[in-house]
Design a protein around this ligand. Structure first.
Ligand SMILES: Nc1nc2c(ncn2[C@@H]2O[C@H](COP(=O)(O)OP(=O)(O)OP(=O)(O)O)[C@@H](O)[C@H]2O)c(=O)[nH]1
Length: 500
């Protein structure tokens, strides 16, 4: 047996000291570990502190190896046990979604829906010096100011799109301050949005025809079609396929396969009835719901419903009177294309750029969007479903794009009826009571409120009165001067050359 030397005793004592010392000996590793003792609260605070703390930072910068199985528990020593040899579950972030580009390609994420969250990054051409895509500054110089080409690029899908199909899922009566309307809700195969048609055709409410002169009813083909052989009359009525007005004592389902009738222009009695007055309107949450005076959208929607509801004067069949009136007829095709197609999120950002001094067109371009990213294929399909392709429409708009889009969609624009902002109408009315609006109409009809009394005050913003302010004035001028809207400027603006 070997002898235990004094030297051994000293070495043992030194080892004992070492092992029982209050501070552990410094390890002479080449790279010291960076994973300090961590407090879960600190992690939560770091994660919540801002967008700079990303998943990437979490794994690769702050806590190396934290997700590797061999290191699991390394951030919390209380969970570590040298005898615990059980295989541990490997925790890792796993995306349940395919990459965004793949989802768009497969149609899971529709390009239309993808737009809402599109950043400028996707639209600005990548710099050749950058290998990684970087989010450009919102106020970076605009690289491409050609709005038209940008719209075409962003709107054109990789493969030719299927023909648009629409189906009216339900219809109901809505009383408005201007009279009754039928709200039609549409589904389509192009985007996942529920577009609407507000049909005004009050003749449909009366069971008996008061006049020998009547215009054909505005009805949806897809709504009146037979959907299912087993569908009951009540099923049809609940989805809105009825005629006349529903009441506890009256319920008449529409005849299946009703086709929108004959020519609207000729009623068989030799009297020409004007085509329906139609507006294609784009959703505007701020203007229509909040009552924003940055744009005229709220009042335009209200004004459109009012104008369409106005009775129509036509030559009388009776020798005793010269003219006879028919109830107003037409529709507002209400498209869920918020912010001229860029979505509410981008429109809100655009408003901030507008507050920095840019106009509505430039603000869109600075965000990497087109000046106008709307498409009218779905609107065209809805109009065909309502039978407006038969004899055309009188289109209520100042926007030349909408007129052109209707031609492409096979809906004849028999006449363009300008939308005169209410504030301009009332200013004209105050300054030039007689023939005040003659200067606005060169070759086309101008429909305006004759008196303030015609504007019925409503409980909501619909039915409101004329408003104006500097933001609205600037918006209207930009539409005329930069977007080609077919409306002569309010004279004082034109004189002062205030356009920007
Ligand atoms: N991007 C953006 N969109 C806006 C702004 N102001 C209003 N809009 C949107 O513009 C759309 C309204 O357009 P429409 O009512 O169809 O009218 P229009 O194209 O101006 O043409 P008209 O038929 O002549 O009225 C709505 O979707 C609004 O949200 C803005 O400053 N920026």
């Amino acid at each position: 047996m070997p002898m235990h030397s004094h030297q051994d005793d000293v070495a043992d004592a030194a080892l004992l000291d070492l092992l029982t010392a209050p501070t552990p000996p410094k390890q002479q590793t080449k790279f010291s570990r960076r994973d300090a003792a961590l407090d879960p609260l600190m992690i939560a605070a770091a994660a919540a502190s801002g967008p700079h703390v990303t998943r990437n930072h979490y794994h690769h910068d702050f806590f190396p190896g934290v997700m590797l199985p061999q290191h699991e528990g390394s951030w919390d020593w209380s969970k570590w046990s040298p005898t615990d040899t059980k295989p541990r579950r490997h925790l890792a972030y796993v995306s349940r979604q395919a990459p965004r580009s793949q989802r768009i390609q497969e149609g899971v994420l529709l390009p239309e829906a993808a737009k809402e969250n599109d950043s400028a990054r996707d639209k600005v051409p990548p710099s050749p010096t950058l290998t990684k895509k970087r989010r450009p500054s919102l106020i970076a110089p605009v690289l491409d100011t050609d709005a038209t080409s940008r719209v075409k690029t962003s709107a054109s899908p990789a493969e030719p799109a299927k023909p648009v199909e629409v189906k009216c899922m339900a219809r109901t009566r809505i009383p408005t301050p201007h009279g009754p309307a039928f709200l039609h809700l549409y589904h389509n195969n192009r985007d996942k949005k529920e577009h609407l048609a507000i049909v005004i055709d009050s003749a449909q409410f009366s069971d008996s025809s008061e006049s020998t002169l009547s215009a054909p009813s505005i009805r949806s083909r897809s709504l009146d079609a037979v959907w299912d052989e087993n569908e009951t009359e009540m099923d049809r009525i609940i989805r809105g396929a009825y005629v006349g007005r529903l009441s506890p004592t009256s319920r008449h389902p529409s005849a299946p396969h009703t086709t929108p009738a004959v020519s609207a222009n000729g009623d068989g009695n030799g009297v020409s009835i004007p085509p329906p007055l139609v507006r294609i309107h784009s959703e505007c949450f701020t203007g229509e719901t909040v009552g924003s005076m940055r744009c005229d959208c709220g009042e335009q929607l209200d004004e459109a419903i009012r104008l369409i509801s106005q009775p129509i004067s036509v030559p009388s069949l009776s020798p005793s009177t010269q003219t006879t009136t028919l109830p107003g007829r037409g529709a507002v095709i209400y498209m869920r294309q918020e912010g001229r197609g860029i979505g509410l999120l981008s429109k809100i950002r655009a408003y901030n750029l507008q507050d920095l001094g840019h106009d509505t067109v430039t603000a869109n371009l600075m965000l990497g969007h087109g000046a106008d990213e709307r498409g009218y294929e779905i609107a065209g399909a809805i109009m065909r479903d309502l039978g407006f392709d038969a004899d055309g429409v009188r289109l209520l708009t100042n926007n030349p794009d909408k007129v052109e889009a209707m031609r492409k969609e096979g809906v004849k624009v028999a006449e363009r009826v300008p939308m005169v902002p209410r504030s301009w109408q009332s200013r004209h009315a105050h300054t030039q009571p007689h023939d005040a609006l003659a200067s606005l109409s060169i070759t086309e009809t101008v429909v305006v409120a004759e008196t303030e009394k015609e504007k019925i005050a409503g409980a909501t913003l619909i039915g409101g009165n004329a408003v104006h302010g500097p933001d609205l004035d600037k918006y209207l001028r930009t539409k005329v001067l930069r977007m080609g809207h077919m409306l002569p400027l309010w004279m004082s603006d034109a004189e002062e050359g205030l356009g920007q």
